[in-house]
Design a protein around this ligand. Structure first.
Ligand code: NAP
Length: 329
């Protein structure tokens, strides 16, 4: 099969189109003939070596859509040819065939097409898990989403609203992204990140927000505590700005009635796979119903994966970026 792979870490140029043996599904796994694969920031970090050095040709890609090609031992409820969307905890989406655990493979619901579904399983499940599992969203909560125009951010804003948020704010790096996010994802207001605490406090009459979703880190993370309402939660789930980790004092947590919480889908997939599945099913249903829209803005051929990585790595992306891998029919 054709795959976009890397065997040394580095810039986008380490991604090359290679021929690899077709993978085989083990017990409890499904082989998918990939139609589309989502491109995610975590895959940029994988390629850069943030998750360790590769052992031979490495195919990243944490989500994909396509058709069932074969069933591993013990898998029921799927037939060869079924259209599916899957979260791939071990990667493998940037290839013509990928193996997914049956637990994280979902029939394509009416209302989702394969192209959109290619960029759905990771971002929807993550956004839902951050809001429900980590931030414990409740009806009436006010929410601030950093990286508001991105893949996870765009769906998080809409999921928050669907889960009862009363106001949803965002931050982005540029005025152009702010305009895009406002127009596309139903935010009450989107601010340029520089100076966001003042803007959020002004918009909320000084109260602040109940939840901050932070995949950016560094100074943005630190400043997020300043806009928390009493019992507010900062939910951290990424390091897009790749700043060194923060060393935070604990005293201000109780002095100011704050909560710091976190989310990592990889850890959850290992230790609580049924929770990941429950979150995925709930979020996919909201997307199929039209309550949450994934805005696919860019599509690249598998041979042009490096270009897609340049876009995301430089923070120029908006909405969802996908790779067109194989024939969806
Ligand atoms: N914990 C988990 O389980 C989990 C799962 C999935 C994703 N994530 C995390 O969620 C975040 C969003 O992922 P995504 O795939 O949807 O990406 P994305 O939000 O579509 O793209 C990443 C965004 O991060 C922002 N950013 C801030 N500083 C940056 C920098 N120095 N370089 C590049 N981008 C920078 C940019 O938005 P602005 O221009 O607005 O700054 C950029 O568009 C990432 O941090 C990712 O690691 C975590």
């Amino acid at each position: 099969m054709r795959a976009s792979a890397f065997k040394v870490t580095g810039g986008p140029e380490v991604l090359r189109l290679v021929d690899l043996p077709d993978p085989e599904p083990g017990p409890g796994e499904i082989l998918i003939r990939v139609a589309y694969a989502g491109v995610n920031y975590g895959e940029i970090q994988h390629r850069l070596g943030d998750f360790g050095e590769p052992d031979g040709e490495t195919v990243t890609g944490l989500e994909a859509s396509g058709r069932v090609a074969a069933l591993g031992e013990g898998v029921t409820g799927f037939s060869v040819g079924d259209p599916v969307t899957a979260y791939l905890p071990d990667g493998g989406g940037y290839a013509e065939y990928a193996v997914a655990p049956a637990t994280f493979t979902f029939p394509l619901l009416v209302g989702l097409d394969l192209r959109t579904a290619g960029g759905a399983a990771l971002v929807l499940t993550t956004a839902y898990g951050v809001l429900v599992g980590a931030a414990r969203i409740a009806p009436g909560d006010t929410v601030l989403v950093h990286a508001a125009a991105g893949g996870v951010g765009g769906v998080a804003a809409q999921l928050a609203r669907a889960l009862g948020a009363s106001e949803v704010y965002g931050t982005v790096s540029t005025p152009e992204k702010a305009e895009y996010a406002r127009r596309s994802f139903g935010y009450d207001e989107v601010f340029v990140r520089e100076g966001f605490p003042e803007a959020v406090l002004a918009a909320t009459s000084g109260r602040g927000v109940d939840i901050v979703l932070d995949p950016v880190g560094g100074p943005t993370r630190l400043a997020s505590f300043e806009v928390l309402a009493p019992f507010g939660r900062v939910a951290v789930y990424g390091e897009a700005a790749r700043h060194p980790d923060l060393q935070l004092p604990v005293l201000p947590i109780w002095k100011n009635n704050r909560t710091l919480t976190g989310y990592n889908i990889g850890d959850l997939a290992r230790r609580a796979p049924d929770t990941v599945r429950t979150h995925a099913l709930a979020a996919l249903a909201l997307a199929a119903s039209g309550a949450v829209r994934i805005d696919v803005t860019e599509e690249y051929a598998l041979a042009d994966t490096a270009e897609a990585h340049r876009l995301l790595g430089e923070g120029r992306n908006r909405g969802k970026v996908v790779l067109a891998v194989g024939d969806p029919a």
